[in-house]
Design a protein around this ligand. Structure first.
Ligand SMILES: *[C@@H]1O[C@H](CO)[C@@H](O)[C@H](O)[C@H]1NC(C)=O
Length: 198
């Protein structure tokens, strides 16, 4: 596994970590998606984050390894924890980075599954609405990106929570970075809505 710990990082979540999240969150307001487990009741998936580099920084090499392990595990889906497109998200729905960093990189047969994506802080530095747009799903049917949502996979529930807007320094001391806070402002209300679900 050591080879996987280059950037972009490929992570494996433990079931206990997921279950402890489940116990502190309720299902009140987040949009919910369903994912069927395999016929034998099992589920397998890959988790990746910090990846969109147009193949550079070993993204392509990691993608190849994901394809191999994805085949071995017969994965059902992929989770992306954000920072999907470096350095500053997508410039729009027609940004070629979508193909160059996603569609044309994760080409292995085993990776042609649903991808459940959330936003990272770098994604907020671009056109944040682009990544959330259903237009991208039309371009590549694997793509689904929302701010916060629930994935119910019968034997486990995954809670995806948009935590970037909780980070004070991105608002109070953004340095040279410009964040696209559309859909987040007024911030207080946005955060309290998320916390209501928690
Ligand atoms: C890619 O991975 C190799 C092998 O781990 C490493 O030597 C190299 O520095 C990496 N390249 C980049 C650009 O990160």
């Amino acid at each position: 596994m050591a080879a996987f710990w280059n950037k972009p990082v490929l992570l494996c979540l433990t079931l206990s970590a997921i279950l402890s999240l489940c116990s502190v969150l309720s299902t009140a307001e987040f949009q919910q998606f369903e994912q069927d487990p395999k016929a034998d009741g099992s589920l397998s998936f890959l988790v990746v984050g910090d990846w969109g580099r147009r193949g550079g920084f070993n993204q392509s090499e990691v993608a190849v390894q994901m394809g191999i392990i994805g085949e071995k595990l017969d994965i059902d889906f992929v989770i992306s924890t954000g920072d999907n497109f470096y350095d500053g998200g997508l410039k729009g729905v027609d940004d070629p980075a979508f193909d160059e960093s996603f569609t044309n990189i994760y080409t292995a047969p085993s990776l042609q599954k649903q991808w459940y994506n959330v936003l990272g802080n770098h994604d907020y530095r671009g056109d944040v609405m682009a990544q959330l747009s259903p237009i991208l799903t039309k371009l590549d049917s694997r793509w689904l990106c929302l701010r916060s949502f629930i994935l119910n996979a019968e034997i486990v529930e995954f809670f995806f929570v948009d935590t970037t807007p909780f980070v004070d320094k991105y608002f109070k001391d953004p340095k040279d970075d410009v964040y696209d806070w559309r859909g987040v402002l007024p911030r207080k209300q946005y955060l309290s809505n998320i916390l209501k679900v928690v």
